[in-house]
Design a protein around this ligand. Structure first.
Ligand code: BES
Ligand code: ZN
Ligand code: ZN
Length: 492
């Protein structure tokens, strides 16, 4: 566990101090008044230029601070909040690797065009638990590491730091905590995270933060005739559920926002079975559900003014004698009928029921998050999630927030003509199009089930799982969407 604290220069306890310099800055100009040049063991021939990725470690004499790590940020005009977040993430990992248990960052000198200083502190705080995250539950043979980076001190210029910085850092740490919890759920293998386990885990979290959670079990789903959820779940011994998280906002003129997340705890494809290679990673097919549930939890802890309802349909998609088949016709919760052409296009079936169920809450805004189509990776690679919807302003707002927060979105069109590709000979529609545009037609399918509200659909199939490991996103579940959704709710 790493704690991040704001400290005045007189309160620094870390032995390692990090200083940041833009291109062109001299070392002399970077030194704060609590470290004198005469204390540095520095060979005069070493010059610091402030180039991006430049690092100089300097030993300090006669000071509580034993070493200074000087980091180059590059040209001032090129530095963004995200690039600074990446730099901080690399620093934390480096410090951890060196077995230092604490570090102090001199953030006040980092001015970023278009961003307030509290945002600089916020990203420095937010990325710490994210960069140092690892999923260790099943590692029994590893040596227990004794030294962790456990204390991060962000140095503030004035004693009794400014309220805005304190609040921004608290907010960022809380959002990071939700991202970490979402990652934990995503990384859990499907034999440890059935729909029931998912429900239990969220109930436990909700209890801790005093948030109301309702669960519709299989019996209630049957009573309510949620034909999409029930059909997808029919091939698995693990029973489905619809998880409902309810945050009551206290603001005046409050809106109601429904966050709907795909919760397929394992997607084998069902009878339209996936090939082994594509099935391998399908435990993460509940990443949208994890992100939505954690976003509601974070929104609750942050006292978001609006009512926020999280809806997570939970199933396992498995092949079996009882499984739903290609060719079956389903009657959905909305009453409309769907001909199943492919049982691997299951996400849209469970989301359709959850989206129609959202009507009950009379939402102003509905946003769904889903690892919906492999095609999302074909259009955008792992660089952005695809966004679609019926309200351009909502989409623009989400895109702008995503850009700022490092969760990039790119819009795809939902032209009416795509609906023609979903026509069925015997039912109201079919569940896939045979004419390409897989990500769009999945979105178009969903559009038939939304309540009367502003709606955005975000396909996170390509970004919910990190393949290589990035600065503050290690390999595995990324938690994509938590920061985006919470930031959106806070901005509303
Ligand atoms: N869960 C998958 C989508 C997916 C693929 C997520 C790869 C993450 C990585 C979804 O249920 C699915 O199988 N979609 C099919 C739809 C097809 C049958 C129209 C797909 O994308 O191939
Ligand atoms: Zn599928
Ligand atoms: Zn799926």
């Amino acid at each position: 566990m790493t704690t991040t604290v704001l400290v005045h220069k007189s309160e620094i306890t870390a032995e390692t101090l990090v200083l940041f310099g833009f291109k062109g800055a001299s070392l002399q100009s970077l030194l704060p008044d609590y470290v004198a040049k005469s204390q540095l063991c520095i060979d005069e021939s070493i010059v610091f230029k402030g180039e991006q990725n430049e690092r100089k470690m300097i030993v300090v004499r006669n000071n509580k601070i034993k070493r200074v790590l000087v980091i180059g940020l590059g040209s001032k005009s090129d530095v963004s909040l995200i690039s600074f977040k990446n730099v901080c993430a690399e620093i934390y990992k480096l410090i951890q690797k060196e077995n230092y248990q604490s570090v102090a960052l001199h953030c006040s000198s980092v001015t970023i065009k278009g961003s307030a200083i509290e945002e600089v502190y916020a990203v420095a705080a937010e990325c710490a638990p994210l960069a140092l995250y690892s999923f260790r539950r099943f590692k029994t043979l590893e040596e227990k590491k004794t030294k962790y980076l456990s204390r991060i001190e962000l140095i503030v210029a004035e004693k009794g730091s400014k309220r805005l910085i304190v609040e921004a850092v608290q907010r960022a740490s809380l959002i990071a905590n939700s991202i970490v919890h979402a990652r934990d759920l995503i990384n859990e293998p499907a034999n440890y995270l059935t729909p029931k386990d998912f429900v239990k885990r969220i109930q436990q979290r909700a209890r801790e933060v005093k948030l109301t959670v309702d669960v519709l079990d299989e019996k209630e789903l049957k009573q309510k005739k949620m034909g999409g959820i029930l059909a997808v779940a029919s091939g698995s011994v693990n029973k489905p559920a619809l998880l409902v998280l309810k945050h009551k906002g206290s603001g005046k003129n409050k809106k109601t926002v429904c966050l709907v997340g795909k919760g397929v705890c394992f997607d084998s494809g069902g009878l339209s079975l996936k090939p082994a290679k594509s099935m391998m990673s399908m435990k993460y097919d509940m990443a949208g559900g994890a992100a939505c549930a954690e976003a509601v939890i974070a929104a609750h802890r942050l006292n978001v003014k609006h009512d926020v309802i999280g809806l997570v349909p939970l199933v396992e998609n498995a092949p079996d004698g009882k499984a739903y088949r290609p060719g079956d016709v389903l009657t959905m919760y909305s009453g409309s009928t769907v001909e199943v052409f492919n049982t691997d296009a299951e996400g849209r079936l469970i989301l359709a029921d959850a989206l129609s169920y959202a009507k009950k809450y009379n939402p102003d805004i509905v946003c769904d998050l889903a690892t919906l189509t492999g095609a999302a990776k074909i259009c955008l690679g792992d660089k952005a999630a695809a966004i679609m919807g019926n309200d351009q302003q909502l989409i623009n707002t989400l895109i702008a927030i995503g850009e700022k927060k490092g969760e990039r979105l790119w819009q795809l069109p939902l032209w009416d003509e795509y609906l023609d590709d979903l026509k069925s000979d015997i039912a109201d529609c079919k569940n896939i199009s045979l004419k390409g545009a897989g990500t769009i037609t999945a979105g178009k399918f969903l559009s038939q089930f939304i309540p009367k509200a502003k709606w955005a659909h975000i396909d996170i199939a390509a970004v919910a799982w990190e393949e290589e490991g990035k600065a503050y996103t290690p390999k595995g579940g990324s938690g994509f969407g938590v920061c985006l959704l919470v930031s959106y709710l806070l901005s509303l």
